[in-house]
Design a protein around this ligand. Structure first.
Ligand code: ADE
Ligand code: ZN
Length: 342
């Protein structure tokens, strides 16, 4: 059912945070062509519209092929700056006050692009976004799980060099066949070094991968986590522990992990008291940024205004910002909600 225009505006303008977005998934088709031209890289697509026509995926593995291919246009610090700023500008327009962005180092290390180049561009974008729009940004390095634990350990050495600029580590890419337990050592090291910990789990993989991420990797947040609902006891435990789950509804549809939005577990999770948030994952490929995700899931599941307020508050609660700023941002949501009742 289509949602009321006033409710839609309420969703668009509520103060919010995004906690699950891959920088590589924010490269819009137009940007890809612009960077390809600037860096003299030949794309296998003749035009922006031809590229966009390829945005149909059978599953996660199928998507990751195009996603990785798209990163070929990223070469210089300016490329990373431009991609990050385009995303952050969009976030400003969508009333996002804080965002935590995933970045893959291994993809670029393979091509001899040093993390120093990536961080030079991103650091400047973080600074400029704060100055221009007041948005705070944290960066999380995601290990690509199919490259194995040894590669993750080697990559972690680069993360250590950027302590202070990188807040946490995560696990992403192909999930099935690469259980969380493989990454125990690097997660233990990172925890001891004071990094925050997240992991994609239960997106395409079974509930056991969510359990392993919680119990063995001891993550602070689960990315996706949809399949935790297949084990009600685990879901209850996650609710009790208030481990946040960063849900990405349009991603689940595009990657065929959920057949239709009406069958998405977001509402059931909210009703169980799980600390869930709504995010975009790879917005340029999946047809929507955070607001489009919030509107689509509200429409499909008939979410209430109170549930939208809870989702907005959860987005700050589940973030890695200092407690003081968290409290301020949550207060902004309350003020916004109270103002809209007058
Ligand atoms: N990397 C980018 N998008 C991803 C997703 N949806 N799942 C796992 N890894 C990813
Ligand atoms: Zn993701």
């Amino acid at each position: 059912m289509a949602i009321d225009k006033n409710f839609e505006q309420f969703i668009r303008e509520i103060p919010k945070a995004e906690l699950h977005v891959h920088l590589e998934g924010t490269i819009e088709a137009e940007m890809m062509f612009r960077l390809a031209q600037r860096n003299q890289i030949k794309l296998r697509f003749a035009s922006v519209s031809e590229l966009k026509q390829a945005y149909e995926f059978n599953d996660l593995r199928d998507f990751l092929i195009l996603y990785t291919e798209g990163t070929r246009v990223m070469r210089t610090a300016l490329d990373f700056y431009d991609v990050a700023m385009a995303y952050l500008k969009k976030m400003h327009e969508q009333h996002v006050l804080h965002t935590e962005i995933f970045i893959d180092f291994q993809t670029y290390l393979k091509r001899n692009i040093a993390p120093d180049i990536i961080m030079e561009g991103l650091e400047l974008a973080v600074k400029d976004a704060k100055e221009q729009w007041g948005i705070s940004v944290l960066l999380i390095l995601c290990f690509l799980r199919q490259l194995g634990p040894e590669s993750a350990l080697n990559t972690f050495q680069h993360v250590l060099r950027f302590r202070g600029q990188i807040t946490g580590i995560g696990l992403a890419s192909i999930e099935n066949g690469f259980p969380p337990e493989l990454y125990r050592q690097v997660f233990d090291l990172a925890r001891n070094e004071g990094f925050k910990l997240v992991a994609h789990a239960g997106e395409e993989g079974p509930w056991q991968y969510v359990e392993g991420s919680v119990d063995v990797l001891k993550v602070d947040r689960i990315d996706h986590g949809n399949n935790s609902c297949q084990n009600p006891e685990l879901a209850l435990r996650i609710a009790k522990m208030q481990i946040p789950l960063t849900l990405c509804p349009l991603s689940n549809i595009k990657l065929k992990n959920v057949d239709k939005l009406e069958n998405h577990s977001a509402k059931k999770m909210l009703e169980k008291g799980m600390l869930v948030t709504i995010n975009s994952d790879d917005p340029s490929y999946f047809g929507g940024y955070i607001n489009e995700n919030l509107i689509a899931i509200s429409e499909a599941l008939d979410l209430t205004k109170q549930q939208i307020i809870t989702l907005a508050k959860n987005s700050f609660k589940a973030s890695f910002i200092p407690e003081e700023r968290k409290a301020e941002l949550i207060k902004l949501v309350d003020n916004y909600a109270n103002g809209s009742n007058k």
